[in-house]
Design a protein. Structure first.
Lengths: 319, 513
């Protein structure tokens, strides 16, 4: 279980659904088990890419985004899980005059389906297909970057994840395509690479990939390194000294690490920590971010209850 | 494994066919302009700069039974025999009206060039120079005063050129091609307006010529637009090659008159010098006032501090001085303290609706600025009025001359008082849009909006109340944003109306009403 679902806008402008790590991993909840959690995240940057130009801005200083979120996962079956999350976000800049924003961002949900599970003497291969959706919970201002809390687009995502485990070591690969709806902004004209006389903004779709490698003992520990990359399929660059815009071409490559530990002392309780750094980007802040979460598994099935000591929240067991 | 591959294929296909969600402009797909009246007396309307409508000679056209004219018609027939989809789209686009389309092109250029220059490594700021085009920082920085002036010149020049055009149209009275030859289709509407010289080509020529003064990097791109429009006019059957040539030449000649004025209207000196900038500070201090200070880092020199000296179209320099209101509250007064506190309380309690109003009217960096916003408002209403091209141009010229003179008066007042912004008085005040880099009193948005609302309310009396409430909302937006004190906006609205009234006075006497 990850609070990654709630990672959302910590990287300046990244929609929540793209950071839904829970579904980039190779882990499933058992049938009828539910997991609820809360997390806090912090991300900040003082340098950003204006198009491809890497710069700071003394009229912004350091831009930070903080987030508290709640999320839940439910095992509809051993093969199908549903994941939902809702973040509250607030933004701040340390210099210049711009007022920060705060509010509930986007409600997101994923359906995660294990379509293939192949166990051999050597290792275990699982393949997951996921469908995700996100929808803004409030009428926050999208067109107020870099201090808006989100982009207002409704999204649909399709993801394919492959996970291979050999003893306690694993690699996970996933690729995601995200469709984004047009958005309506508060003004009725804007300039991209030409003037638009409308309040509607065509939001380009996005693609992202994630690679994870690490240790997973199936019971108590997960520790992994993560490399992720997202690309906006279209969009335009921020011009020199212009303001950012929701339909900018926002690309980012991040490296990070994640650790999760399930406590032995309290049945069903786990904590996790996550950190990441943006190594390359375009029209995004060079964020460094971390978050911390605490999660609790609720056993709704007797069978699950009985097996809880060895199942916990995950069930990538080889049985 | 086969299932997995199938799923990958399905997803890839879904991605490929994801619908394209392109967003049309609200003026895309307009019907062809269909004037309620041809305004055949417009050759007698009072021009802005031309002393006479025939200041520039236009030779008599060849007769409609001449071989030259037959060749002209054959060109149209050749286009119409084989109309490409692209040409049909061009005919549709330009058919909505040349003045409208060139105004929209101007708004696009204003937004494109409305970017403050990025600082030099030493913290100074480079100054855009028309003598050094195609180099960073691009010329111009099309900020609100610059944009207001560019719009005024282009609109007034279009108007004068069309008055001259109408003079020759009625003088020579050459019928449109589709009226001479019934095999020629009227693809952009049928009118009884004489076609020589072509009004569309007049507007294209005058506007293209004005680019050398206002957007010199765009001369080539505007020339392309001109050629598209002229070709579409010919292909649509609205004008012959000779109508077009005469029109473009007339437009370019009229433009030269405006360009000559523009080179000598003091705008080139509006940036001032470090000595000027320092003098504003000492003058304010000598009156025991806290002088305005840039809120940007590094400190940016004030925007066009001598723009108040620019020669207006409606107001002379004595009038500009007479428009000055009394001073704002002293920066050390209890009234000022109360105004600062009110600004703080307003912005910290802004509602979502107030934020919407702030964003709607912000018209800041990378936008077509407040004068451009009011042109877009005017365009949206004028589209429904079935104006002739010359009346379109006349109404936009009145509006934009008022906006330019509002800019001159406003900048005169701002630098006369050199009053600090709320955030300078209390750094706790965080704003809901960028703080403009010039003094606070009086509000530019309020002046531009009230001047525009006054002119537009005169042109369309049924909308007068609506325009004034829009101006009030634009003024309020600056208070909600924490950019201005209330008094900046209240006084700005009054002075803006006073400027607008000069345009109304002109409108009442120009022969068009």
């Amino acid at each position: 279980m990850r609070r990654g679902l709630l990672y959302p806008a910590l990287l300046l402008l990244m929609p929540a659904v793209l950071r839904a790590q829970t579904d980039a991993d190779g882990v499933m909840m058992s049938k009828y088990n539910a997991c609820v959690g809360a997390s806090y995240g912090f991300g900040s940057w003082n340098e950003y890419w204006e198009g491809t130009y890497h710069r700071n801005n003394q009229n912004l200083g350091t831009v930070s985004t903080q987030m508290v979120g709640i999320m839940g996962i439910y095992g509809i079956s051993r093969k199908v899980n549903v994941v939902v999350g809702a973040p509250y976000i607030w933004t701040h800049s340390t210099a210049g005059t711009l007022h920060g924003q705060r509010g509930f961002q986007d409600l997101s949900a994923w359906l995660k389906w294990r379509v293939l599970e192949q166990n051999t003497d050597v290792g275990a291969l699982s393949v997951f297909a996921l469908g995700g959706a996100s929808v803004p919970m409030t009428n926050y201002i999208a067109d107020y970057l870099p201090l808006s809390i989100g982009l207002q687009s409704r999204t649909l995502s399709a993801r394919l994840t492959a996970d291979y485990r050999q003893r306690h070591f694993f690699v996970t690969l996933s690729g995601t395509y995200t469709w984004r709806s047009n958005i309506t902004i508060d003004r009725n004209s804007y300039y991209t690479t030409s003037l638009h006389l409308t309040d509607q903004v065509d939001m380009p779709n996005m693609a992202s990939e994630m690679f994870r490698v690490g240790y997973r003992d199936g019971d108590w520990w997960v520790a992994e390194a993560v490399v992720s990359n997202m690309n906006t399929l279209g969009g335009f660059d921020i011009r020199k000294n212009d303001m950012p815009f929701p339909s900018n071409k926002m690309n980012a490559t991040m490296v990070g690490a994640h650790v999760k530990h399930t406590l032995r002392s309290v049945d069903g309780l786990s904590v996790d920590l996550d950190g990441g750094y943006t190594v390359a980007g375009r029209n995004v802040g060079q964020s460094v971010m971390f978050d911390a979460g605490i999660f609790y598994v609720l056993h709704f099935s007797k069978k699950a209850m009985k097996h809880s000591s060895d199942q916990h929240s995950t069930s990538t067991s080889t049985n | 494994m086969q299932r997995v591959i199938n799923r990958i294929v399905i997803m890839a296909l879904a991605g490929a066919i994801a619908c394209k969600k392109s967003v049309p402009d609200r003026t895309a797909g307009l019907p062809a302009l269909n004037p309620a009246t041809e305004d055949l007396n417009a050759g007698n309307w009072k021009p802005v700069l031309l002393s006479r409508p025939d200041s520039f000679a236009v030779a008599a056209p060849s007769a409609t039974n001449s071989p030259l004219y037959t060749a002209d018609l054959n060109e149209i027939k050749a286009y119409q025999a084989n109309l490409s989809g692209d040409m049909q789209a061009q005919i549709k686009y330009w058919g909505a009206g040349g003045v409208l389309r060139w105004n929209e092109i101007m708004l696009g250029l204003m937004a494109k060039y409305n970017l403050p220059p990025y600082q030099n490594p030493d913290g100074s700021y480079p100054i855009p120079s028309s003598a050094n085009p195609f180099a960073y920082p691009l010329f111009p920085f099309s900020n609100p005063p610059y944009a207001a002036r560019a719009l005024a010149y282009v609109s007034a020049a279009q108007y004068d050129a069309l008055v001259a055009c109408w003079h020759y149209k009625t003088l020579y009275n050459r019928p449109a091609p589709y009226q001479v030859d019934s095999t020629i289709k009227a693809l952009a509407g049928k009118h009884n307006l004489p076609s020589y010289p072509s009004e569309g080509a007049v507007v294209a020529g005058v506007t293209a010529e004005m680019m050398q003064l206002f957007f010199p990097d765009e001369i080539a791109s505007i020339q392309e637009k001109l050629e598209q429009q002229e070709q579409s006019l010919i292909a649509s059957g609205a004008a012959t090659r000779s109508d077009i040539k005469a029109g473009e030449a007339l437009g370019r000649q009229v433009a030269e008159v405006f360009i000559a004025r523009g080179r000598a209207d003091n705008a080139g000196k509006a940036g001032g010098s470090p000595t000027n900038w320092a003098a504003f500070v000492t003058t304010a201090q000598s009156r025991s006032q806290t002088p305005w200070l840039s809120l940007e880092t590094p400190l940016r020199p004030p925007m066009l501090p001598l723009f108040g000296n620019v020669k207006g179209f409606l107001c002379d320099s004595a009038t500009i001085v007479s428009l000055r209101p009394g001073p704002p509250p002293s920066t050390s007064s209890a009234d000022m303290n109360a105004a600062v506190l009110a600004a703080y309380n307003t912005v910290t309690h802004a509602t979502r609706e107030q934020m919407r109003i702030v964003q709607f009217w912000a018209d800041g960096v990378g936008t077509y600025t407040p004068p451009g916003h009011w042109d877009a408002i005017a365009d949206a209403d004028f589209i429904n009025q079935n104006y002739s091209e010359v009346r379109w141009a006349r109404n936009l010229a009145l509006l934009n001359m008022a906006e330019m003179d509002a800019a001159i008066s406003c900048w005169d007042i701002k630098y006369f008082y050199f009053n600090p912004r709320p955030t300078q008085m209390d750094p706790r005040i965080k704003t809901l849009t960028g703080v403009p880099n010039f003094p606070s009193y009086v509000s530019g948005h309020s002046m531009f909006s009230a001047a525009a609302a006054t002119v537009l309310g005169h042109i369309l009396p049924s909308r007068a109340t609506a325009y004034m409430s829009m101006a009030q909302e634009a003024a309020n937006s600056r208070v909600y944003a924490g950019i201005h004190y209330q008094v900046d906006c209240t006084v700005g609205l009054t002075v803006g109306q006073n400027v607008g009234n000069y345009a109304v006075q002109r409108a009442q006497k120009d022969g068009a009403e």
